[in-house]
Ligand binder design. Structure first.
Ligand SMILES: [Zn+2]
Length: 415
């Protein structure tokens, strides 16, 4: 008879087994429908008989319109295009695979297919199949990749199991001589049927927003929105302080303590009225979150991002105005390093009333303090800002002995 209580060793073993099981189930939720092939292999030919050879009448009745009208998406986004390249489908994460499945394969029309050594090439006609009763069926699953001049099976490539050795599911097929036979062979294979089913079911579920982890996805979306709202307030706070040249930090970096500076002080003020920030602070205080986005690193990062965006705007206005003047102020600092700042002066024509404007662009580090050295730094900077030195219509200098030096004046070099 088995003992009532398990021994320590048995308990440890069970614990180990449980852990191993948990490890093996990691991410199992994400794989909504693992590809398996459990259907009887003997049914292979049942569909083969209902169709006839399509090669012979490729040029006859197949309605080309049907092909052109079929499920094409007008996708101009570069990032999405790379997603539609079948070569990238081997290591897709679930979110990308979901996008692919929801949208379905994309076909580009008006491609000129390259010929192989025998002068054969892929054709749009392979996208359809004609049954014995003249019915035209779309090969929805067939994908042509112009990058590699090969065809793939959409669902088998996405859901293939390890046993699937079909080229259509792995490296792609370029056997144009036997393409017709190979496609027919593929579309009646068991694995293909299974994968087609998986694809259809998942597409249906995604379209109804009813995947297994639907609830989880909703939670993630909610959390995303919450963070977006928090960031919105922090960014707007950084903008407010930076605009007014107010100091951000005090001697203390803790919320609700003395001398914690304008930034944290303003956060405290917002918390008095705003439920989003109230919730955020509550989570920080309860140690539910460790990333609070209130530290000095984030403040600096946001200041830099905002500065970058302001600078881009200024540069755009300068380019619209076309001509501009540069004003350089140059003086050695305490450590005898030459410091130069670049100010640009131009006429803003963007509104009805032209305005003369002046903007500081950046500090320049100068190593060679000769006039030529300063000139080179200026040239490099204009270049990096994508401003044309030929559009410089004036120059002003202050306080730099090398600027007005008799021997090698920067102003002369620029003129
Ligand atoms: Zn397939």
């Amino acid at each position: 008879m088995a003992p009532k209580h398990k021994s320590g060793c048995a308990k440890r073993k069970k614990c180990k087994r449980d852990l191993a099981l948990a490890e093996s189930q990691k991410g199992a939720l994400k794989m909504y429908f693992p590809a398996t092939s459990s259907v009887d292999v003997n049914n292979d030919n049942q569909i083969e008989e209902s169709e006839h050879d399509q090669d012979d009448d490729h040029n006859s009745n197949v309605d080309h319109e049907l092909v052109t009208n079929y499920n094409f998406l007008n996708l101009n986004v570069d990032s999405l295009l790379s997603l539609y390249d079948p070569r990238t489908w081997d290591n897709l994460d679930n979110s990308k695979r979901d996008i692919l499945i929801e949208k379905g394969p994309v076909r580009e029309m008006d491609l000129v297919f390259p010929k192989d050594d025998e002068g054969r090439h892929f054709s749009y006609f392979y996208y359809t199949r004609k049954l014995a009763n003249e019915e035209v069926i779309h090969r929805e699953w067939l994908v042509y990749s112009k990058e590699v001049d090969k065809v793939y099976c959409f669902c088998c490539k996405l859901f293939k199991s390890n046993q699937n050795r079909s080229l259509l599911a792995s490296d792609g097929l370029r056997d144009w001589r036997r393409i017709s036979a190979r496609l027919k062979e593929h579309e009646v294979s068991v694995e293909h049927f299974t994968n087609m089913n998986t694809w259809n079911e998942l597409r249906l579920r995604l379209s109804r927003n009813k995947t297994i982890d639907d609830e989880m996805q909703q939670k993630v979306a909610k959390e995303k929105e919450r963070w977006r709202q928090v960031l919105l307030r922090i960014v707007s706070l950084v903008k407010f302080l930076a605009k007014r040249n107010l100091g951000f930090r005090g001697t203390n970096e803790k919320l609700f303590e003395h001398n914690n500076g304008n930034f944290l002080g303003s956060v405290e003020m917002i918390v008095e009225f705003d439920p989003v920030m109230q919730e955020h602070i509550r989570r920080i205080q309860n140690k539910e979150i460790h990333h609070h986005y209130l530290g000095h690193g984030i403040q600096d990062e946001l200041i830099l991002l905002l500065a970058d965006s302001v600078k881009k705007f200024i540069l755009k206005t300068i380019k619209d105005a076309k001509y501009f003047s540069v004003i350089l102020d140059c003086t050695p600092d305490v450590s005898h390093e030459e410091q130069m700042n670049l100010i640009v002066h131009y006429v803003n024509m963007s509104s009805n009333i032209p305005r003369v404007e002046e903007f500081f662009l950046e500090f320049l580090k100068v190593h060679d303090t000769s006039g030529l050295g300063l000139f080179n730094v200026l040239m490099d900077t204009l270049d990096s800002l994508d401003l044309d030195v030929a559009d410089v219509r004036g120059q002003g200098y202050e306080n730099g002995s090398n600027m007005k030096g008799k021997k090698s004046r920067c102003s002369e070099s620029l003129a």
